[in-house]
Design a binder for this molecule. Structure first.
Ligand code: ATP
Length: 255
């Protein structure tokens, strides 16, 4: 059964002088617990589609539903978003940053501090809850951003290039952590990335979009033998290189 359904989505950005058609008739569905990636040439509308799925704005035409509920204008759906930048509030402690969403949702009850400590250890961080974001490295801050996202128990996680600003080693570690946590929590996730290797290593399925206006060009299933591995292990598997070559050829033909 479909958990998330994107139906006939078109989107055009209008300004006083121009109309930019970003998306053309996108139809796709994602099952509960699935991890999928959106890839495609630069400017093909990946972030636009992710923003529409997040309910940040209404598409020019079409709809997005999660568990049969329209996403746009729905305040009951909790959707987690992780971006390239962590957007932690620099004037708040790590604990306050992690529990902010929780307080907004559930009120200022006591005990949120315990949630923050548990989540910090869950994402592999030492007890840094009383520190401020500027005292942490980029990799640690992205772990805090993950903890903050998981704290509100979102129905779906939308990941817009969350590893692209990190050094290579931190990126590989974070990929493993995010993949592991999302499996453990049984979360559905969509990753937008320019890194084809990352998409293959982390996903169950990959949606390849054509150049602007983005259309769904092809969908690739990641073979089961890769899905049972961590992203780091998957990169060393022979099926990884053959899928990489197949998708790369398609991607090149679209540029
Ligand atoms: N607010 C906006 N107003 C006008 N045009 C926009 C706006 N946001 C995006 N666009 C245009 O819509 C198209 C799709 O943009 P989008 O950022 O969704 O693509 P993308 O695939 O995520 O790009 P990239 O891979 O470079 O990050 C691009 O041509 C972009 O310039």
């Amino acid at each position: 059964m479909s958990f998330l359904t994107v139906s006939n989505v078109h989107h055009t950005y209008f300004s006083t002088e121009t109309a930019t058609e970003a998306l053309n008739d996108i139809n796709l569905s994602i099952s509960k617990g699935e991890f999928v990636s959106f890839i495609g040439p630069s400017g093909c509308g990946k972030t636009t589609l992710l923003s529409i799925i997040a309910g940040l704005f209404k598409p020019t035409f079409g709809s997005v539903q999660i568990e049969n509920q329209e996403v746009y204008g729905n305040t009951d759906l909790s959707i987690g978003y992780m971006l390239q930048q962590d957007y932690l509030f620099p004037w708040k402690t790590i604990e306050e940053n992690i529990t902010l969403g929780l307080k907004l949702l559930k009120g200022g009850k006591k005990g949120h501090g315990n949630v923050a400590s548990a989540l910090l250890s869950d994402v592999g961080l030492p007890p840094v809850e009383k520190k401020y974001p500027t005292e942490l490295s980029g990799g640690m801050r992205q772990r805090v951003a993950l903890a903050r996202t998981l704290a509100v128990d979102p129905k779906i996680l939308l990941l817009d290039e969350p590893f692209s600003a990190l050094d290579y080693q931190s990126k590989l570690k974070l990929e493993d952590l995010v993949s592991n946590k999302l499996r453990e929590y049984g979360k559905t996730a969509i990753l937008v990335t320019h890194d084809l290797g990352e998409a293959i290593a982390m996903s169950d399925r990959i949606f390849l979009f054509s150049a602007r206006p983005g259309r769904l060009h092809q969908t690739f299933e990641v073979p089961q033998e890769l899905r049972v591995l961590t992203p780091f292990e998957a990169r060393a598997h022979s099926s990884y290189s053959s899928l990489f070559q197949t998708i790369w050829k398609e991607l090149e033909s679209l540029e």
